[in-house]
Design a protein around this ligand. Structure first.
Ligand SMILES: [Fe+2]
Length: 226
């Protein structure tokens, strides 16, 4: 799958769920930063980023009125939403995706260490590393990003997200990965990402190929020195 195809797939999700838009690209950049911090091979980093970009692809199978519902979801609606990792996994497989890193990340990014996650209720090390890593990133971005229906308070949101990740380390998230991620956050290494497309004017923004070029340029500018 080349960059244009990848872009088209993400656009399909974006037009359905506006809150997904910039989120997708931010989590891809967080993934890159964390993977680089873990000294993973460049090839591996690319594969993880592809998984990050495609993580919510299954949302195209979820009705828009549920995805865009501003208030609380009822039990039935939650049940439907919780199917999105499986939908994404199945669709990508049918489209010929065969990279286990990508498929695992898509399927298991909402699993939790204590088995309370979905869709498979995996426990501890049953959850693939790539999904454990991504769930920390995905949760952080969900807690710190602008949503069309709520006001943002960047400093308070970040503080709350940090304490939530710390409180759930060991229960939902892998402690070593939380520690690693929060170290990058606290050192301000990820601030440029959390600010990206994350203000009230861009809450509903669809990312264009030009934006992507800009994002790539930013990413190489922020890459840690050797
Ligand atoms: Fe998701």
């Amino acid at each position: 799958m080349n960059r244009n195809e990848l872009f088209r797939l993400v656009r399909l999700v974006e037009v359905k769920d506006y809150s997904t838009a910039a989120h997708t690209w931010r989590v891809a950049l967080y993934t890159q930063a964390v993977a680089e911090d873990l000294n993973l091979e460049p090839k591996m980093i690319q594969r993880l980023m592809r998984g990050a970009v495609l993580h919510d692809f299954g949302k195209i199978d979820i009705p828009s009125d549920i995805l865009r519902k501003p208030g609380r979801l009822d039990d039935e609606e939650w049940k439907t939403i919780r199917q999105h990792p499986l939908h994404g996994y199945d669709r990508l497989k049918r489209m010929g995706e065969d990279d286990p890193l990508v498929l695992n990340l898509v399927r298991s990014h909402h699993e939790r260490l204590d088995g309370s996650g979905y869709p498979d209720g995996l426990v501890g090390e049953q959850i693939p590393f790539e999904a454990q890593m991504f769930s920390v990133i995905d949760s952080f971005d969900a807690m710190t990003s602008i949503r069309p229906y709520r006001e943002a308070h960047p400093i308070q949101d970040e503080a709350r997200a940090i304490s939530e990740l710390e409180a759930r380390a060991g229960e939902w998230y892998a402690p070593a990965l939380v520690e690693r991620f929060l170290r990058l956050i606290r050192h301000g290494k990820l601030t440029w990402i959390s600010k990206h497309f994350n203000d009230s004017s861009s809450a509903n923004k669809l990312i264009s190929p030009d934006d992507l070029t800009e994002i790539s340029a930013l990413a190489s500018h922020h890459r840690p020195e050797e």
